[in-house]
Design a protein around this ligand. Structure first.
Ligand code: SF4
Length: 516
């Protein structure tokens, strides 16, 4: 039997909420390892369920697996508790490290702190540690952090996405066929990208007669009161009727403990955008939920963002993000910056924009006190905006997940020069603009935001400096070269005109392609 959370002293933001800080993360490592070196609470308490395709994973790092239809027809709890997932949980409880969690093992092998510790420290998992250590792995558990996708309807086709998550991608693949990368080389067969997808049958159309959606509507009303964090992802949720049905369900069936969020690309038609804003205002005004967060993905700036997220209108994206911040009180927005190779040249600009929003919309208790106690207004507009968000200090946030697949868009294929030229300044910027509780509380990047980029940076510095000639990396550069050329042909875009910073690197990739 491993240790208990009670065996340690935890730093807290306030009673009941442990801090996501270095000493706590180190303690969490020791605590989890006392049960086993692969033990991680996210395997029980976090789930992503893709109802359009019937796939699930816990957490989001492992590759999703199919929820067997017979399991979910018998028991809607199989949406999260598949027999496969139970096997992974047993491995963790028995002191093993499931192979599907290799993302964390790679980081831990370098003596870094992996998401295993960070996720287990989250408020949606920490409290359940001592209960989960007593499990056998066979239990049907109710997850505390749920992410659901209702289908793939989407109006964008982002560079690293695919038909499972975007109907625009599915349309293009049907029209143009799969990507035959490294064609006419010995590696051609293994580089037929999307060849594994049966475009006619991989998902339930319009969610009609979809047994996974039926199971969801049996499962969700039963478990929603115990869920702490509930997030709707896509496709583009604002184009899907199940999203609005879920919001209406929550308006009629409040759960004041629920942290509710929706992912959106902020690019839907005007009438749906207005409908969304009005419904969220109603949810908040009625106090039907505890908190609302809008998540939106962006990691490149301007035309590079429009290339990487084809279909995006970048100026509209910025305008709507700011409109949301000025319209909806007491709600957050978090930018999901999925770190991939195309983010490198303009990630700095994204950090600058997010920082400016943080300074305008986040709540600083010191500035507030100065206004209340001494009637000093440093920034009239800032204080006025803050009156809108008295309960939520970090209104604007950034999360930086690392893109692992497809491998040819993984930033590991970059040269060390690209990392030094573009990522090192981002590190300097994010750390130079960190908030500090004693003065500019929340008017800059939080420690957990900066440390996520730091982990990515360390990993990339090691990999790019040590593995320049690694044959696998060299091959992935060749695949990248073919993929980008084919994207340009299919979409009538011009990679090097949009990304002139990659001129030299693309030459390296071309050479790799010639030598396959
Ligand atoms: S990938 Fe890491 S964080 Fe996710 S479940 Fe596995 S060990 Fe936990």
């Amino acid at each position: 039997m491993g240790n208990s959370t009670k065996d340690y002293e935890w730093e807290e933001y306030w009673p009941g909420w442990v801090k996501n800080c270095q000493p706590n993360v180190e303690q969490m490592k020791e605590l989890l390892n006392s049960t086993g070196p692969g033990f991680c609470l996210a395997k029980w308490n976090q789930v992503t369920i893709h109802l359009g395709t019937g796939l699930t994973h816990s957490c989001h790092h492992p590759i999703p697996h199919k929820i067997p239809l017979d399991e979910v027809l018998k028991n809607p709890h199989a949406l999260h508790n598949t027999s496969y997932k139970k096997k992974q949980r047993k491995e963790m409880l028995c002191g093993n490290k499931p192979a599907e969690c290799d993302y964390c093992w790679r980081i831990e092998d370098k003596d870094q702190l992996s998401d295993r510790f960070y996720k287990s420290l989250e408020p949606w998992s920490f409290d359940d540690h001592d209960t989960i250590t007593k499990y056998t792995g066979d239990e049907d558990v109710i997850p505390k952090y749920v992410e659901v996708s209702f289908g793939n309807t989407c109006n964008q086709k982002c560079i690293y996405c695919g038909p499972e998550f975007s109907s625009k991608w599915a349309e293009e693949l049907k029209r143009e066929g799969i990507f035959k990368l490294l064609k006419d080389t010995p590696k051609a067969d293994e580089n037929e990208y999307f060849s594994w997808i049966d475009l006619d049958n991989f998902l339930y159309k319009n969610n009609e007669n979809n047994p996974y959606i039926d199971a969801y509507w049996k499962w969700f009303p039963e478990v929603y009161k115990e869920i702490k964090y509930y997030r709707i992802t896509g496709g583009e949720p604002l184009l899907q009727k199940e999203t609005f049905k879920t919001i209406d369900f929550l308006i009629d069936n409040p759960n004041p403990n629920l942290d509710f969020s929706i992912n959106s690309n902020l690019s839907c038609p005007d009438e749906l955008w207005d409908k969304f804003l009005n419904k969220i205002l109603k949810l908040i005004e009625n106090k039907s939920i505890k908190k609302f967060t809008l998540y939106s993905s962006i990691e490149s700036y301007g035309p590079q963002a429009e290339y990487a997220r084809y279909g995006l209108d970048f100026e509209k994206f910025k305008t709507r993000a700011e409109q949301y911040l000025r319209t909806v009180s007491n709600a957050r927005i978090v930018f999901m910056s999925t770190f991939n190779i195309l983010a490198l040249p303009t990630f700095y600009n994204i950090l600058e924009w997010v920082n400016s929003l943080k300074r305008n919309f986040n709540y600083c208790h010191n500035y507030r006190r100065l206004k209340l106690d001494a009637d000093v207004n440093f920034d009239q507009d800032h204080v006025a905006i803050k009156e809108q968000n008295p309960d939520i200090p970090v209104v604007v946030g950034i999360d930086i997940p690392y893109l692992r697949g497809p491998e040819f868009l993984d930033c590991k294929i970059a040269t060390p020069e690209l990392i030094d030229t573009y990522l090192k300044p981002c590190m300097d910027y994010i750390y130079a603009n960190k908030e500090h509780q004693e003065w500019n509380a929340h008017l800059g990047f939080e420690e957990y935001e900066a440390s996520k980029l730091r982990r990515i940076y360390w990993d990339l510095v090691y990999t790019t400096h040590q593995q320049q000639q690694n044959p696998h990396i060299v091959t992935q550069r060749a695949v990248f070269y073919d993929y980008i050329n084919e994207i340009d042909r299919r979409r009538n875009t011009n990679f090097l005109e949009t990304f002139p910073e990659f001129d030299k690197f693309f030459g390296v990739c071309k050479k790799a392609r010639e030598n396959v």
